[in-house]
Design a protein around this ligand. Structure first.
Ligand code: FES
Length: 105
């Protein structure tokens, strides 16, 4: 595991993008729990966001790909709507310890 950032950098209901060792990923906090995924849409393999750190839909309930609007569950990355429905984002194992977020890349 390697440190990604301080825990308080990702507030409740917020998402944040990172690049570590050439790997693009993002993290989302929902109901206190942190989830991390590779920043790669299963549809075309491109980054999900158009604006920095904007990975969620307007309601903040789902992860959204800005290119064609695919929607993914925050909890498991499953695509529930859009051109890659039935596929999933690639999860990055993460945990919080000592006030920091740690990821396994
Ligand atoms: S590239 Fe993400 S929905 Fe098409």
């Amino acid at each position: 595991m390697r440190a990604l950032c301080h825990s308080d950098l990702i507030a409740e209901g917020q998402s944040k993008g990172f690049e570590r060792d050439g790997v693009r990923l993002f993290a989302v906090r929902k109901q206190g729990k942190l989830y991390a995924y590779r920043n790669e849409c299963p549809h075309l393999g491109i980054n999900l966001e158009w604006l920095d750190d904007q990975f969620l839909d307007a309601d903040g309930c789902l992860i959204q790909c800005a290119m064609h609007g695919a929607l993914f569950l925050i909890e498991d990355g499953q695509c529930i709507s859009g051109p890659c429905q039935g596929q999933a984002l690639q999860a990055v194992p993460c945990e919080e310890r000592d006030g920091k977020v740690w990821v396994a890349l």
